[in-house]
Design a binder for this molecule. Structure first.
Ligand code: HEC
Ligand code: HEC
Length: 404
């Protein structure tokens, strides 16, 4: 049992051993790498399971299944080729489970009050209904929270609205270290302080051992587990998906999906045609409705130089604020913007401009106007609502696992 008094966490300088067992935490810095995080004995395995069950609504003998979720047939080879290619490790049930616990872990904020889920709630597609979200001491974020659904199909792998994080893995530990969001910034011990705190909680060493084979809690493992959880959040049960599954023809994938959908009202069907015909689908690509990797900005502000991305439009209607700064309060406003409000600027995507003035010449730079009718605009909004996925919102596998 002696190993169990100590938990090892990796840090840049070596390995930190953290004494557990109820005493105040004592952190030692060992400069050499240690291999002391040894395999558990049978007793230890039983203790591991008890520690998980005591804190969490998770049965370590029957972890929820994430890896066996089949994707619908219309996620064919062409679509799968667009998956985020930065994926370093395949999703495992134990990896996603650890990620889920971390995602709902309030101890990842300095005051123990805010978790990832505080700003990314499952009921609202892992986004926030408020324009800006409140961090651990009430400070407001400067951007609107992003929905995390279908992040796995984020083609170029870069994250945040302005694509500043190179990978999902790199992104996951940034909120923890953000002074306003979770507060483990450099002045407060940084990520090492957060890892030290995790190592002192009885359920992490066992969960890390299940996911990665030994109990070492490292920044890399926390990143990989959180990224696995986010990549497991896939929306395949919206009304759009149910209808697509009925008409999909592998011999003619595009034509079958672009045709009429069973169960859609005339208004939704009209909106579906506008979504395809007005170029929305070229950027927000079905069936994942993630942004195509080659997309540039959508012209929210005149002269904009930054290239923004959009989260998948799956479940977008569950939100009440739209765009990176949450400037729009309804989907009607969004549609109005695309119809008549697109602004010129260096970052504007050529697909939102009128065609080149000389055929085959350089992009015109002139924002296009769609001139949609009232019925087409209403249809587009109705169509966007068919992307809501209530089954995903209610899926217990992604819910808060803590016994609170
Ligand atoms: C205080 C609120 C808050 C907390 C806490 C928070 N986030 Fe976020 N999250 C945001 C905001 C706001 C954005 C958009 C920020 C931006 O682009 O500048 C965002 C963006 C993201 C993105 C980028 C999604 C994409 O498609 O590019 C991911 C992934 C993410 N958060 C995951 C997490 C994880 C994992 C945690 C916990 C470790 C977390 N967030 C904690 C508010 C929060
Ligand atoms: C050139 C690519 C492109 C085209 C074409 C395009 N969009 Fe977008 N869309 C974006 C980008 C980029 C964003 C994120 C902009 C931001 O917040 O800075 C976005 C954001 C959105 C959002 C808000 C997402 C959120 O999470 O807040 C909705 C809804 C949306 N688009 C719908 C549409 C519709 C409907 C059409 C067709 C009329 C369309 N888009 C055409 C690129 C595009």
């Amino acid at each position: 049992m002696k190993n169990r008094l100590w938990t090892f966490i990796g840090s840049r300088t070596g390995v930190i051993a953290v004494r557990r067992s109820g005493l105040p935490l004592l952190a030692l810095l060992l400069l050499a790498c240690s291999d002391s995080a040894t395999d558990p004995t049978a007793d230890d395995a039983a203790d591991d399971k008890a520690a998980i069950r005591a804190a969490l609504l998770i049965d370590p003998d029957a972890l929820p299944s994430y890896v066996r979720d089949p994707l619908p047939a219309f996620y064919d080879a062409n679509i799968l080729a667009r998956e985020d290619r930065t994926i370093g490790a395949p999703i495992t049930d134990a990896g996603v489970t650890l990620g889920r616990v971390l995602f709902y872990e309030r101890q990842l904020s300095r005051t123990g009050t805010v978790s990832c889920a505080s700003c990314h709630a499952s009921a609202t597609a892992f986004g926030d209904t408020a324009r800006f979200s409140r961090g651990f001491e009430g400070a407001l974020t400067t951007a609107h929270s992003m929905r995390l659904v279908n992040g796995r199909f984020n083609q170029d792998g870069r994250t945040f609205w302005d694509k500043r994080a190179p990978t999902l893995e790199a992104q996951t530990t940034q909120p923890i270290q953000d002074s306003g969001e979770m507060g483990f910034d450099a002045a407060h011990g940084g990520l090492t302080a957060a890892l030290t705190r995790l190592a002192g909680l009885p359920y992490y060493p066992p969960l890390v051992r299940l996911a990665f084979g030994d109990s070492m809690i490292t920044a890399d493992r926390v990143q990989r587990a959180l990224a696995q959880y986010v990549r497991a959040i896939i929306s395949t049960r919206s009304r759009w998906d149910v209808a697509a599954a009925q008409v999909f023809n592998p011999a003619n994938p595009a034509a079958s999906i672009n045709g009429p959908f069973p169960g859609f009202t005339a208004e939704e069907q009209l909106g579906k045609q506008v979504f395809q015909g007005s170029g929305c689908a070229a950027c927000h690509t079905p069936p994942s409705f993630s942004l195509s990797g080659a997309s540039r900005s959508n012209g929210l502000d005149e002269g904009e130089t930054r290239i923004f991305r959009s989260p998948s439009l799956k479940h977008v209607a569950r939100g009440s604020r739209f765009m990176h700064d949450g400037r729009f309060t309804s989907l009607e406003q969004v549609v109005e913007f695309y119809d008549s409000g697109v602004q010129a600027g260096p970052a504007l995507d050529p697909r939102l401009m009128v065609p080149p003035l000389v055929p085959g010449g350089p992009p015109s730079g002139i924002p296009r106007r769609l001139n949609l009718t009232g019925a087409e605009k209403a249809g587009l909004v109705a169509f966007l609502r068919t992307l809501n996925d209530d089954a995903l919102a209610a899926d217990v596998r992604f819910s808060d696992p803590f016994r609170r």
